[in-house]
Design a protein around this ligand. Structure first.
Ligand code: ZN
Length: 247
C-alpha cells in the first residue's frame, strides 16, 4: 500500500490529473469482456458487426446486434467502486477528465461529467441522417416488434449504434481531446487497460513525454509497466477505494 500512499501524495499536489480506463473497469461491473476466451466474440462472429455490413444490410446487422446488446447489457449492470471513486475525485476537484475505451456509459452513470468516450457509447443510438442521439432503450422494443432497421422518428434516417464499428474510422475529435489532456496531465492514471489497443494505448506515452507521471493500475503487466512511475497490480475495485482513502 506504500505505492498507493505515494501516488495519493502526487495526486494531491498535481495540477492536472487525467484517468484513462479500459476493459478491466467494465468487467468489474459484470460487462463481459469482448476479446477474452468465453467473451462476446466467442458467442458472436465479429465479421457480422462490420461497418460495411451495417451499410449494405442494416436490417440483418440490427437483428444480431439486438441479440448481442441483450447479451452484454441484459443483466443488472451498475457502476462499480472504480467508477464511483473516479466520479468522487472529479467532484472533489482532484480529477480533470476520464478518457475511456469502454462503451458502456457507466462513467457518466456514476456521475463523472468530463468523459471522453473514444469508441462511443453502446447504450446510445445515433441517426445516420440528422445525427440525433437517443438511448438504446428507446428503440429496443421497436426492434423486438420487428422494426428492422430501426429508423429516426425525426428524419427517417437509419439508426446506428453510437459506437465505432469494425472497419470504421475512430472519430478524430474525442481522440484529439484525449491527446490534449494527456499532454497537460501532471499525473496520468491508466486503469484496467492492457494498453495494447492503438491509438488509445499511445496516450500514456504522450503524457510521459510531456513530463507527466504515469501510474498504471492493472491486474496484469502491460507493455508500459516497466517504465511507469507506479505499477500497481491490483483489482481496480480494491486499488481505487484505497487511493481515495489515502487522499
Ligand atoms: Zn434523423
Amino acid at each position: 500500500m506504500d505505492e498507493i500512499e505515494a501516488l495519493a501524495g502526487d495526486l494531491a499536489t498535481a495540477d492536472q490529473v487525467v484517468a484513462f480506463t479500459g476493459a478491466g473497469v467494465s468487467t468489474a461491473s459484470g460487462i463481459p469482456d469482448f476479446r477474452s476466451e468465453g467473451g462476446i466474440w466467442d458467442q458472436f462472429d465479429p465479421s457480422e458487426f462490420q461497418y460495411s455490413r451495417f451499410q449494405t444490410d442494416p436490417a440483418g446487422f440490427w437483428e444480431l446486434r439486438a441479440e448481442m446488446h441483450e447479451a452484454v447489457y441484459g443483466g443488472d449492470i451498475q457502476p462499480n467502486e472504480a467508477h464511483n471513486v473516479l466520479a468522487t475525485l472529479e467532484a472533489d476537484g482532484l480529477l480533470d477528465a476520464v478518457i475511456t475505451q469502454n462503451i458502456d456509459g457507466l462513467h457518466r452513470e456514476a456521475g463523472s461529467e468530463t468523459v471522453i468516450e473514444l469508441h462511443g457509447n453502446g447504450q446510445r443510438v445515433a441517426c445516420e441522417g440528422c445525427g440525433r442521439r437517443q438511448p438504446m432503450t428507446a428503440v429496443t422494443q421497436r426492434i423486438e416488434d420487428g422494426e428492422l432497421p430501426p429508423r429516426c422518428q425525426s428524419c427517417d434516417g437509419v439508426l446506428k449504434p453510437d459506437v465505432v464499428l469494425f472497419g470504421e474510422q475512430l472519430p478524430q475529435a474525442p481522440l484529439q481531446q484525449a491527446q490534449q489532456h494527456a499532454r497537460e496531465a501532471d499525473v496520468f492514471l491508466a486503469i484496467g487497460s492492457s494498453l495494447s489497443v492503438q491509438p488509445a494505448a499511445s496516450l500514456p506515452s504522450i503524457a510521459q513525454r510531456s513530463g507527466g507521471t504515469l501510474a498504471i493500475c492493472n491486474l496484469e503487466s502491460t507493455p508500459l509497466s516497466s517504465g511507469a512511475a507506479y505499477d500497481i497490480r491490483a483489482d481496480v475495485t480494491d486499488a481505487l477505494p484505497a487511493l481515495l482513502d489515502a487522499l
